[in-house]
Design a protein around this ligand. Structure first.
Ligand SMILES: [Fe+2]
Ligand SMILES: [Fe+2]
Length: 269
């Protein structure tokens, strides 16, 4: 069994100190196998904001897989935005933009979807798809997980809004070929999960896409600060959302999927 603490959209710069402390406290009391951070570590990609994010991450001794989000590319500093969009991220958080984690049970591949040109929208390049295919091919029987900042499925609150991820359908064919089971993302500041087949008519494989809310920032939209605690087993995915109640992170929405005849089916959690 592998446990993943999936946090997203920290937005240091507009992070609420009491929630930051609450999250650190909760994580230290409940150590995961892996900490996944699905982007938007900062609000404006400033050096001081990355320093705060790095200091926060360094409080935890477990393996971590971190990818950037669109807010980690400068928006108003146009020179830096185009000359070195993720320069500060690479200097202060980590050099690798498409990180990889594996243990005996899972292979987790991060894909950087943040771009300078289409600042808010994400994209996956052909080179990234090639790299991803090679990595997934080496996964063997392990359960395969792909992490992006931009989600592959829209929020159930605005299903017609579409998604903000260029070449998603093309990338999905690679995820299907290489038997990916789980996608993790953020960006919309809304925690929800669903099967990618509900959005892509052409999809042939059941792949569960799990989004995390904003962990610690005051940029909350429809729900309080939240993150996901995900328990991964070969035939079961348990997604426990933990939401801030003003004093601590408490269990909130819980979704369990069980694999039957190759499809992930929701069942009472
Ligand atoms: Fe965000
Ligand atoms: Fe974002």
């Amino acid at each position: 069994m592998t446990t993943i603490a999936h946090i997203s959209d920290l937005h240091f710069g507009v992070a609420v100190p009491s929630v930051v402390e609450g999250l650190a406290r909760h994580l230290i009391e409940h150590p995961p196998s892996l900490l996944v951070v699905s982007g938007d570590l900062t609000q404006r990609a400033r050096a001081g904001q990355f320093a705060e994010a790095r200091k926060f991450l360094d409080r935890f001794p477990w393996p971590r897989l971190v990818i950037p989000g669109n807010h980690d590319v400068p928006l108003y500093d146009v020179v830096r935005r185009f000359s070195s969009p993720l320069g500060r991220y690479r200097e202060q958080i980590q050099e690798e933009l498409n990180p990889l984690f594996q243990n005996d049970e899972v292979l987790v591949a991060g894909v950087n979807t943040a771009r300078s040109l289409t600042w808010k929208s994400g994209r996956i390049s052909h080179a990234q798809m090639d790299q991803l295919a090679k990595r997934l091919a080496q996964g063997g029987a392990r359960l395969k997980v792909v992490v992006t900042h931009h989600p592959f499925i829209p929020s159930p609150l605005s299903p017609k809004a579409g998604i903000d991820l260029g070449r998603a359908a093309q990338a999905l064919t690679i995820l299907e070929q290489h038997k990916v089971d789980l996608l993790l993302a953020g960006h919309l500041h809304h925690g929800y999960a669903g099967d990618t087949r509900t959005h892509f008519a052409s999809a042939t494989r059941s792949i569960i896409s799990v989004q995390a809310g904003t962990a610690v920032s005051r940029r909350v939209r429809r729900e309080p600060n939240a993150f996901n605690w995900i328990t991964v087993q070969p035939d079961t995915l348990l997604i426990q959302m933990l939401a801030w109640d003003g004093r601590g992170f408490q269990p909130a929405k819980r979704t369990r999927y069980r694999k039957r005849d190759g499809a992930w089916l929701p069942e009472p959690a």
